[in-house]
Design a binder for this molecule. Structure first.
Ligand SMILES: Cc1cc2nc3c(=O)[nH]c(=O)nc-3n(C[C@H](O)[C@H](O)[C@H](O)COP(=O)(O)O)c2cc1C
Length: 340
């Protein structure tokens, strides 16, 4: 946790800097009528923001999770717990996960476990938090960078299909900062997954974090992965009947609005909540969220969109390296520019 707090985003960017929304000089809107609410997993959510998977296991994590779960309850936001793999080996660590449900009895809570874990373990972690959905994380580069990490990544697709078929709640396939490609999403779609968190490159960088943890100085793979905006564009262009969560380096409301305009249904944010909590204290987390929400409304108003649905028909101009990437992947960047 401490290393993550002290590790900067990047060094690559998310690609959102290549995306431009059009200024609407005559929006004919009052900021108070901007509606950020949406339906997710059949529930009404106040804002399109997920407090994404961060931590669990330690005493410090318990206090942090308590703070985040209380925030999620007050703002009616979904919240994901960190990976609960640890609770299988260390049952005493369960309290730091259970606290999330205790603080947020009615809220949308996601349990989280590795995509290679067994269906039986998945059921246990769902039960632990009475979770409404299960995030399955995919983190191959991180595992390879960890001394104690996994080295065998065979049979993951079959495992995911088994978890999905026996899972009492929806399954969310989730990267951890390296970005899903459209090919990965298609494969997981055929396994029955319908919700995807692309968690691309440009924010939290687990190569740098794990190298630091292992005391290694080289960061040969620090640029590995697909920037969040590129990955999101690939997945949105598939036009599958799926729910898309954009995450990985979403730091500003403008980036969130660009993601929603590009085709994300929601955005996920992880490291900023942790950094605010550790560096500036519990109250700063709520201040950060409040200001983010105001700026979300401001950015929507400036495009002339009253709600999230209207955003999805606003033109989005894609330039520079993001446009080049899309062309190289045979996706026309003008798909987004031609909307009106
Ligand atoms: C300290 C820390 C711990 C994390 N632990 C998990 C985890 O247990 N499971 C998971 O799926 N993602 C985990 N993540 C990844 C985040 O959920 C997210 O996908 C990634 O950090 C990119 O988002 P960000 O740039 O907003 O941080 C963790 C992130 C941080 C910063």
């Amino acid at each position: 946790m401490t290393i993550a707090v002290n590790t900067a985003d990047g060094p690559c960017t998310t690609g959102f800097e290549d995306l431009y929304l059009l200024n609407n000089s005559i929006p004919e809107l009052d900021i108070d009528e901007i509606d950020l609410s949406m339906t997710f997993l059949g529930r009404q959510i106040s804002y399109p923001i997920i407090i994404n998977a961060i931590t669990g296991g330690t005493d410090r994590a318990l206090h942090f999770n308590k703070c985040l779960a209380s925030l999620a309850a007050r703002y009616n936001l979904p919240i994901a717990a960190g990976s609960a793999n640890i609770t299988i080996k260390e049952p005493e660590s369960k309290a730091s996960f259970e606290i999330i449900r205790q603080m947020n009895p009615q809220g949308l809570i996601f349990a989280n476990i590795g995509a290679g874990e067994t269906a039986d373990k998945a059921l246990k972690v769902i039960k632990l938090m009475n979770a409404d959905a299960l995030q399955l994380h995919f983190n191959v580069p991180q595992e390879l960078a960890m001394r104690e990490g996994e080295r065998n990544f065979k049979n993951v697709l079959a495992n995911v299909a088994e978890i999905v078929s026996g899972c009492p709640v929806p399954v969310i396939a989730k990267e951890v900062g390296f970005g899903f490609t459209r090919e990965t999403v298609e494969k997981l779609y055929h396994c029955g997954v319908r919700i995807f968190d692309n968690s691309g490159k440009g924010g939290t960088n687990f190569i740098i974090i794990e190298n630091h943890r292992a005391g290694r100085l080289d960061n040969e793979f620090e640029n590995w992965g697909i920037p969040t905006a590129w990955s999101l564009a690939e997945i949105a262009a598939l036009k599958l009947p799926i729910t898309i969560i954009a995450s990985g380096g979403i730091r500003t409301a403008l980036e969130a609005v660009k993601a929603l305009t590009m085709g994300a249904n929601m955005v996920g944010i992880a490291a900023p909540f942790l950094k605010k909590y550790v560096n500036e204290g519990e109250e700063s987390v709520e201040l950060y969220l409040n200001s983010f929400i105001y700026r979300l409304k401001a950015a929507m108003l400036m495009t002339g969109a009253k709600n999230i649905k209207e955003l999805t028909s606003k033109p989005l101009i894609i330039m520079n390296r993001t446009a080049e990437w899309l062309k190289a992947r045979e996706i026309d960047p003008l798909i987004w520019a031609k909307r009106s």
